[in-house]
Design a binder for this molecule. Structure first.
Ligand code: CTP
Length: 396
């Protein structure tokens, strides 16, 4: 339908970006990016009207975002126009601007487009992206790609780790030169941080960090951030526990990247702040710093001889779950920690306020304390069910 409308308006429409790559690889991707040769905003408004979709436009960038009735999002952009300055050359604007649009992108594998307006499904592959997908190569489109946007170096690592691709020879060399020249420090830190968050949210964090290390992409942000084998093996263990967390943690949600950030904050703590150095926003930085500070105390309790479940619960329940997971690689008492994650963390008071009312107590301020008291006995294993709880209340 996008193609038909575009055609009727005299425009060309293309599906572009990561989704094409993922369709070819057979991976799921729900990001729909459309490029229009013509006026993307006019097109978006028209399409929204027909489909009764919501539309937000950004005049400055000539882009629009549609939210369809079923909630699906479609991003629409306007292809950059192409001008020929050469004397005598005709400015062939409409037809070739998709090529320029694609040329400005990061890697060949992301610079494929699919025609929607005509010969639906025809693939435009100007830069050998298809071949690179086949040969599992991450390649930039031109020499200045990393100068145009240094965050692409981190993206190269991300795609290499996520897709299991290699970084092409020339691209590899360009990253090394760019790091040598220190161009990373020309970008807003938060943009680098966003890419690092992406890396931490992908699988294969350890191999990503091996790559980041070999390109010195972390050290270039702060000379004190030396990733060594010890750090890599901690990262590996953190990744292991994060994966298991999808089972252990049941309905408890985590922000996955924060586990690694807390761990690294702790590991580099004496010399520098990892999260600050890699450009974390203030909110993330505060959270990560405060949580990492709690790690030694929690580890102390966990490592105490003859520690009981109540003590473990009281120490660990004060710490956000991301912090507990970050503690896993660091502690010798892994079994105790897993016991907390699998069992203790999910415990709830047997007796609730309404049970106390049923027992004839008048609602009062001491309810909270009574419930808590019983909960403690539960954690100590002294109360196992409601009957024992009621007996306990009667006796105390
Ligand atoms: N892009 C770019 N340079 C960047 C960021 C993005 O050239 N620094 C281009 C890429 O061609 C990419 C597209 O913009 O395909 C969309 O960006 P993004 O959504 O970040 O990437 P995807 O490839 O869609 O990756 P993902 O599947 O992780 O969303």
């Amino acid at each position: 339908e996008i193609g038909e409308l575009a055609k009727s308006m005299g425009y060309n429409a293309y599906l572009v970006g990561g989704i094409i790559r993922d369709i070819i690889l057979g991976w799921e991707n729900l990001d729909i990016d459309i490029v229009i040769e013509g006026d993307g905003i006019v097109f978006a408004k028209e399409f929204a009207k027909i489909k009764q979709a919501k539309v937000a436009t950004h005049e400055r960038f000539k882009t629009a975002t549609l939210v369809m009735k079923d909630g699906m999002r479609i991003d629409i952009a306007t292809a950059r126009e192409e001008y020929y300055d050469l004397p005598g050359a005709l400015p062939v604007v409409e037809k070739s601007s998709i090529k320029l649009d694609l040329y400005r992108r990061d890697f060949t594998i992301n610079a494929l487009a699919m025609k929607l307006h005509d010969e639906f499904g025809d693939l435009l592959d100007f830069f050998g992206g298809l071949n690179d997908i086949k040969n599992k190569k991450i390649r930039v489109l031109h020499m200045l790609s990393f100068v145009d946007d240094p965050t692409r170096m981190y993206r190269a690592v991300r795609f290499a780790a996520r897709l299991g691709f290699d970084i092409g020879q020339q691209t590899d060399r360009l990253i090394k030169v760019a790091v040598e020249l220190g161009i990373v420090n020309k970008v807003e830190k938060i943009r680098i941080f966003n890419e690092i968050v992406h890396i931490l949210n992908n699988d294969n964090v350890k191999s990503s960090f091996e790559m980041l290390k070999s390109y010195r992409l972390i050290r270039t942000l702060d000379n004190k951030l030396i990733i060594d084998d010890r750090i890599l093996s901690y990262i590996d263990e953190a990744e292991e526990i994060v994966k298991s967390c999808s089972i252990f943690c049941k309905n408890k949600k985590i922000k996955r990247e924060r586990v690694f950030l807390i761990l690294l904050e702790y590991l580099f703590g004496k010399s520098t702040s990892f999260s600050k150095a890699v450009g974390a926003d203030d909110q993330t930085y505060e959270f990560v710093k405060n949580t990492s500070k709690k790690i030694p105390i929690a580890n102390g309790i966990l490592s105490k001889k003859n520690v009981n479940d109540l003590e473990i619960y009281e120490a660990l329940s004060k710490i956000p779950l991301e912090g507990i997971l970050a503690l896993y690689p660091l502690t010798k008492e892994k079994e105790r920690l897993i016991r907390y994650l699998e069992d203790l963390m999910h415990r709830e008071p047997i007796i609730k306020g309404k049970d106390l009312i049923k027992l004839g107590f008048k609602p009062s301020k001491i309810f909270g304390q009574m419930i808590n008291d019983i909960f403690k006995q539960q954690l100590l294993g002294k109360i196992k069910d409601k009957i024992e709880a009621i007996k306990y209340i009667e006796e105390n």
